[in-house]
Design a protein around this ligand. Structure first.
Ligand code: DAH
Length: 350
């Protein structure tokens, strides 16, 4: 009896030791078969039970069962532990070479139009202008009426308009997609008293045939300065400074008469062609000059409309297209590149 008990205890210790050393499910299974299987040592011991004296049988039987359960539990626990450890095979497949260089995340960048808009606004901010934005869906009143363009005035033909509801074009307060950023002149003046110095970047829309220099959605930057004693000299000085900041410090500027209903006098400003230095080339179409913006002294009617006394206040306004500025500056030949979603184009503007 004592010998049998010893044997069972050694058996349990041996089994648990082997269980502990097993490194995968296959080894564990071998241990199970050799200790608990049909030809296993424990089974052999249990088979000897009938030879044990009857009064000792329950004790030996119980001990044998305890050993059996201990081994089973040991195997189960080891199996669970092994399950959470990846097998050698998985580890081999999942190997990573930590000495390889990392993969650089590809960083985005600002769209060239965003860059040029920020650059343009930045120049005016340095000259004391604030930056504001306004609605792209606009009332006829702000887009035309208050800008001194009455209904049925031929000047309306200068802007091919997208009406929100075509029928509304005939009502008293039609809604439209703004055709320029100029309506913000009115909105700003309605809300503030002079001095006003502000630039307004934003999207505009026109019912246009799309070609190399026209899109039906485009950007503008509007400028407005109103105060006492603002003169055409301020307009020239400000825009001349702007032109030199953007296109080089030697730029010459040229102002010629132009018509915009909301200014008087109205002008367009050109810079001397920086490519040929004014001698004539393909960029300036042999004129030596590049038109870059429209401007003028704010019309007294416009000032009066927002309750500014035109006898006391004067101001200048201007409007320009950043796409055109960028096209000239970077020699881009087709405006459609900007929205062409072609990385070969976009990557040229770091
Ligand atoms: N709004 C004009 C256009 O889209 C551009 C413009 C011209 C704006 C003269 C102005 C200005 O503020 O004074 O054609």
């Amino acid at each position: 009896m004592e010998a049998l008990r010893k044997e069972l205890e050694t058996l349990q210790a041996e089994a648990l030791e082997l269980v502990k050393k097993s490194v995968d499910a296959a080894q564990l299974e071998k241990v199970r078969v050799s200790f608990l299987g049909r030809k296993a040592r424990l089974t052999a011991i249990l088979r000897q039970l009938p030879t044990v004296p009857p009064e000792e049988r329950p004790v030996v039987g119980q001990l044998a069962n305890t050993v059996k359960r201990a081994i089973e539990e040991g195997i189960e626990a080891r199996r669970a532990a092994l399950g959470s450890i990846p097998s050698d095979e998985i580890l081999r497949k999942d190997q990573i070479d930590v000495t390889l260089p990392g993969r650089r995340p590809s960083l985005g960048r600002l769209h060239p139009l965003t860059q040029i808009i920020r650059e343009i606004c930045g120049v005016f901010v340095e000259m004391g202008f604030a930056v504001m934005e306004g609605p792209e869906v606009e009332w006829d009143y702000y887009n035309f009426e208050a800008l001194n363009i009455p209904e049925d005035h031929p000047a309306r033909d200068m802007w091919d308009t997208f009406w929100i509801d075509p029928a509304s074009a005939r009502t008293s307060t039609p809604m439209l997609l703004r055709t320029h950023t100029s309506p913000m002149q009115i909105r700003i003046m309605e809300q503030t008293r002079p001095p006003v110095r502000v630039v307004v970047p934003g999207k505009c829309y026109r019912y246009e045939a799309v070609d190399a220099s026209h899109e039906s959605q485009f950007d503008q930057v509007e400028g407005l300065a109103v105060d006492e004693q603002i003169t055409f000299a301020d307009l020239k000085g400000t825009l001349h400074t702007f032109a030199r900041r953007l296109f080089g410090k030697d730029r010459k500027t040229r102002f010629r008469c132009d018509y915009f209903p909301f200014v008087e006098p109205g002008v367009d400003m050109s810079i001397d062609c920086f490519l040929c230095k004014g001698t004539g080339c393909r960029l300036c179409k042999d004129t030596g000059w590049l038109e870059i913006l429209g401007a003028g002294m704010v019309h007294p009617n416009v000032l009066a409309r927002v309750g500014y006394d035109p006898a006391r206040y004067t101001g200048f306004a201007f409007g320009l297209g950043p796409a055109r500025v960028a096209m000239l500056k970077y020699g881009i030949e087709d405006i459609r590149f900007f929205h062409g979603n072609d990385l070969r184009f976009l990557r040229q503007f770091p």
